[in-house]
Write a protein that binds this ligand. Structure first.
Ligand SMILES: [Zn+2]
Length: 178
């Protein structure tokens, strides 16, 4: 599916999948993090130019934030903490879940910026961050527009490049957001 969504040639994407599409904190305080290692590897070794955090509709991980998690799932409990800030103080109805899925994506983008190798490259214009929400039933991606703080259907978005950083200005005064 990521290849269909991006049109990237085979082998071009470095994919990391985890529960909720969450980004762990940079500090490494919670033990071994495959995802944190993957971020460092992608940026430092593979030197990727874009990082896409892609959430999706009907996400079971986001739904789990509104319900009970088995006490046996000690690792999952801790992992879900990475999305708790996105939870709304309401019942988890369809609209709340959709908004939470989107808020969780933005939260992970913010956490990505805590990785020094990410922040420095974003600020230097060498790396861009993208927040996507894939609406499975419509087959469409909604992209996070950092300037409006909203998710916009990709087909209607003025640009696909977004990031949790202010647009930087080129020497000729042209504002680059992509
Ligand atoms: Zn999910």
């Amino acid at each position: 599916m990521p290849y269909l969504l991006t049109g990237a040639p085979p082998g071009e994407l470095f994919l990391v999948r985890n529960v909720g599409a969450f980004v762990p904190p940079y500090d490494g305080s919670h033990g071994h993090h495959g995802t944190a290692a993957a971020i460092e590897f992608a940026v430092l070794n593979l030197q990727v130019s874009r990082i896409v955090v892609c959430g999706h509709s009907h996400c079971g991980a986001i739904k789990a934030l509104y319900g009970e998690v088995s006490p046996e799932a000690r690792n999952l409990q801790r992992w879900l903490d990475l999305g708790r800030e996105a939870v709304l103080p309401v019942q988890g109805g369809p609209e709340a879940l959709r908004r939470t899925e989107q808020r969780a994506v933005v939260l992970q983008l913010e956490r990505l910026m805590d990785y020094p190798m990410v922040r420095s490259r974003v600020e230097a214009g060498q790396l861009s961050l993208h927040g996507w929400h894939y609406v499975i039933e419509d087959g469409e991606v909604h992209v996070f527009d950092v300037q409006t703080g909203r998710f916009v259907a990709a087909s209607q978005a003025p640009h696909s490049g977004t990031g949790p950083y202010p647009p930087y200005v080129e020497h000729d005064g042209q504002v680059l957001v992509d």
